[in-house]
Design a protein around this ligand. Structure first.
Ligand SMILES: [Zn+2]
Length: 128
């Protein structure tokens, strides 16, 4: 199951601390934006979602369908994924540049790669 369940969870804090220490200034959980993005850079019109691999069905080793109540989980997670898609479309069509950081990218051993990716995203060289 996901290690990211609510706000201020550990992987998210790691990213935030690193961003702050690197001189980036941001806003958190802006409620007036679709999907309440986790980290928002209003001046750059960019934002970051930090997604738990289980809840948002990432295709990685962290994601596995639970053994029990499969129908329930398929429906629940299916709805989350559809909602993510809708939010993403709403945001990009109103000019926001969006990035998703997955739990496994933060907790894995490739933090340098992730930091490089985030920096590129913030200076506008990020290619999805
Ligand atoms: Zn993942």
């Amino acid at each position: 199951m996901s290690r990211i369940k609510g706000r201020d969870t550990r992987p998210e804090m790691l990213i935030r601390k690193w961003l702050w220490a690197s001189g980036y200034r941001y806003r958190l959980h802006k409620k007036d934006l679709p999907g309440k993005p986790d980290i928002v850079f209003p001046g750059r019109k960019k934002l970051i979602f930090i997604h738990g691999c289980f809840w948002h069905r990432h295709e990685c080793n962290y994601f596995q369908w639970p053994e029990t109540n499969r129908d329930f989980w398929k429906q629940k997670i299916g709805e989350t994924v559809k909602r993510d898609q809708r939010n993403y479309e709403k945001l990009t069509s109103s000019g926001w540049d969006c990035m998703t950081i997955w739990e496994c990218e933060i907790t894995g051993n490739e933090n340098n790669k992730l930091r490089e990716k985030v920096k590129k995203f913030l200076i506008g060289e990020y290619i999805k």
